[in-house]
Design a protein around this ligand. Structure first.
Ligand SMILES: [Fe+2]
Length: 388
């Protein structure tokens, strides 16, 4: 698994040249080169330094450059300035990756005894961490390329999000009652997926499918982006400030809507799920449709029971749930305790996964989270209905 995950990162970066890999197009989006180095630093910092006897860091300056937000791991370069790092160059980052890969393989080969469980635990976190950055690598390079007037394609053959299930559409009943949500049992999970706990749901109906571009075009045509009463106050302020009149990456050319994708500029396909909408837009759309967004618990219960289609692998789905700790959640001590827990404020939960999520990464209890205005991620909408 270690070789597979490390190789996937390199595969995703392989079509990108040095110029592509350095640019940072906004503070939220990190350069490809930084993703490649930061995921490597993670193994060096949290796995090799504590657990491989005699390990020497590749470069003493890299901890400062490639630590993301781990305050307990020391000072770090400012996030909005990651695009200023023309040095180290790509060759040196590639050498860093190889150096750390060799050391990790050496550790895996020799570790034994009482430290084995802890080494495996950190190794597993590092792999799932790198998979998260693999998705970010793509969403971030999409944002970079979107700034280029020539609309370059990351990959001409990139598969666009398509609904797997064309029918039946409509809504499915999720019976009310007492359920357990959150991760329990075997298999990997991040700390924010637990503790598993009981929740009581009132009966709800969830859309089997995802909101489509055709539905979104109806929302636009009906003045959705021009009707303040549909929007949360913060959402309407964002519409006005940003001049939003369509989802992220949509462009009107000669009267037709196109969307900028990893495959370049493509026509908006009516049957495809809408993508690159913020929480504010998802919320306004649901209000316009006379519906709601599901809570994360409703989504998880429906996904576990396989009541909904296209839960995974198409677009992440906004929920109306604020990202907060589950009852009894405690972040681990030490730097790795900063991984999730300290971000549990002011963000909204998304469930499922996207077509850019690495295979095997997501699960029914997985909690993704972003700030309400964010729309450079592969984020879409599934509706809920409480009417009888
Ligand atoms: Fe990270």
């Amino acid at each position: 698994m270690f070789r597979g995950v490390r190789g996937e990162t390199e595969l995703r970066a392989s079509s990108l040249g040095p110029e592509d890999q350095v640019v940072q197009s906004m503070p939220d989006a990190s350069p490809t080169k930084w993703h490649r180095a930061h995921t490597t630093w993670f193994f060096e910092q949290f796995l090799l330094l504590p657990h491989l006897p005699g390990y020497q860091v590749f470069d003493a300056e890299f901890a400062y450059l490639f630590n993301s937000y781990y305050v307990a791991a020391g000072p770090r370069h400012a996030r909005p300035r990651r695009g200023m790092l023309t040095r180290p160059d790509l060759d040196r980052v590639a050498a860093y990756r190889s150096y750390v890969d060799e050391a990790v393989e050496q550790l895996i080969a020799c570790v034994d005894g009482p430290t084995l469980p802890e080494v495996l635990r950190i190794l597993e976190i590092g792999l799932h961490h790198e998979q998260q950055h693999q998705e970010l690598l793509l969403t971030d390079i999409l944002h970079v390329f979107a700034q280029n007037p020539t609309a370059p394609a990351y990959d001409e053959s990139w598969r666009l999000p398509q609904a797997q299930q064309k029918s039946p559409r409509g809504f499915v009943d999720v019976p009310g009652g007492l359920y357990t949500i959150g991760h329990e049992g075997d298999g990997y999970s991040f700390d924010n997926e637990g503790p598993a706990h009981q929740i009581y749901l009132r009966p709800v109906r969830l859309a089997r499918g995802l909101v489509t571009n055709a539905q979104w075009l109806d929302f636009i045509a009906d003045g959705g982006y021009a009707t303040s009463s549909l929007w949360l106050s913060d959402g309407w302020a964002t519409v006005e400030t940003e001049g939003w009149d369509a989802p992220g990456y949509w462009r009107k050319v000669d009267g037709a809507w196109l969307q900028f994708t990893l495959a370049g500029l493509r026509p908006v396909e009516p049957d495809a799920p809408v993508c690159h909408v913020s929480y504010y837009e998802a919320d306004a759309f649901a209000r316009w449709a006379g519906k709601d967004l599901p809570s994360e618990a409703e989504w998880e219960v429906a996904a576990r029971a396989r009541l909904i289609d296209d839960a995974f692998g198409i677009v992440w789905q906004w929920t109306r749930s604020a990202y907060s700790p589950y009852p009894g959640f405690r972040a681990a001590s030490g730097a790795l305790g900063e991984y999730n827990g300290k971000f549990m404020i002011n963000q909204m939960v998304l469930r499922g996964s996207s077509h850019a999520t690495p295979a095997g990464h997501a699960r029914a209890s997985y909690r993704n989270f972003f700030y309400p205005p964010a729309r450079w991620q592969l984020s879409g909408v599934r509706l809920a209905d409480y009417s009888n």
